[in-house]
Design a protein around this ligand. Structure first.
Ligand SMILES: C[S@@+](CC[C@H](N)C(=O)[O-])C[C@H]1O[C@@H](n2cnc3c(N)ncnc32)[C@H](O)[C@@H]1O
Length: 220
């Protein structure tokens, strides 16, 4: 387990350990994670003028993809790891993609109520403990505008053959069968979301089973 303390509250960084962070982007490429991120951005239905938040943006892959595909949306990425954020900032500069990158925790978002149209998250949820998952979902719900939506991608419940090479044990919340879709949807419902659902899944050799979830902030 590689929980990083020393920046205040602890968190599990990208590869489970700080010193493995330089390997994250090469591995991201090798495992074809960009191709599983793209459907999440498409699923979110981002429109010009939308304010979009990615929680757990790490080195910025999903946030930068969202900005590249939707240049007229305002994209904000948040992560507790200053080293990952520094990498994300360098990449944003190189690609000339203006994305705001903030340090913070999904369980305590530094944003006002009802300030985003979309909240995205990819491969972050399994980094959280059971209580943190509920808190993070409540925070996502709080910062979403009424009718706004949360789009989450993470390892899903593995079948006997679907555990990919990336489902490593370095995460403190690593579960041999991931979170089941029902469990994630139930947590979303408890957090006040209106219509939580696993909307799709993919099984890849490298990643195993990954699941896509959607939930909407109630309009009333
Ligand atoms: C596997 S990386 C995913 C990064 C990025 N979303 C991507 O798809 O490339 C998981 C990220 O979750 C972040 N994380 C861990 N605990 C967190 C928390 N409590 N709140 C927000 N992010 C967290 C880690 O620092 C790490 O950058």
């Amino acid at each position: 387990m590689g929980a990083t303390e020393g920046h205040g509250k602890g968190y599990v960084p990208c590869m489970g350990h700080d010193r493995l962070l330089p390997l994250y982007d090469p591995l991201h490429k090798l495992l074809g994670m960009a191709s599983v991120n793209r459907p999440l951005v498409d699923q979110a239905g981002i429109r010009p003028g939308h304010r979009v938040l990615e929680i757990g943006c790490g080195t910025g892959n999903l946030a930068l993809l969202a900005k590249r595909l939707h240049p007229d949306a305002e994209v904000v990425g948040l992560d507790p790891d200053p080293k990952a954020l520094a990498r994300a900032r360098r990449k944003a500069g190189r690609k000339a993609l203006p994305v705001r990158l903030d340090r913070g925790f999904a369980e305590d978002l530094p944003y006002p109520d009802a300030s985003f149209d979309r909240v995205l998250s990819a491969f972050m949820f399994h980094h959280l403990g059971p209580d943190e998952k509920g808190e993070a979902l409540r925070e996502a719900r709080r910062v979403l505008k009424p009718g706004g939506s949360l789009h989450l991608l993470d390892y899903g419940e593995a079948t006997a053959t679907s555990g990919g090479v990336a489902t490593h044990r370095s995460h403190r919340n690593w579960r041999p069968h991931g979170d089941s879709g029902d469990r994630v949807a139930a947590l979303m419902r408890e957090a006040g979301f209106a219509d939580p659902a696993e909307v799709a899944h993919r099984v890849t050799r490298a990643l195993g089973r990954v699941a896509y979830y959607r939930a909407t902030a109630p309009r009333a």
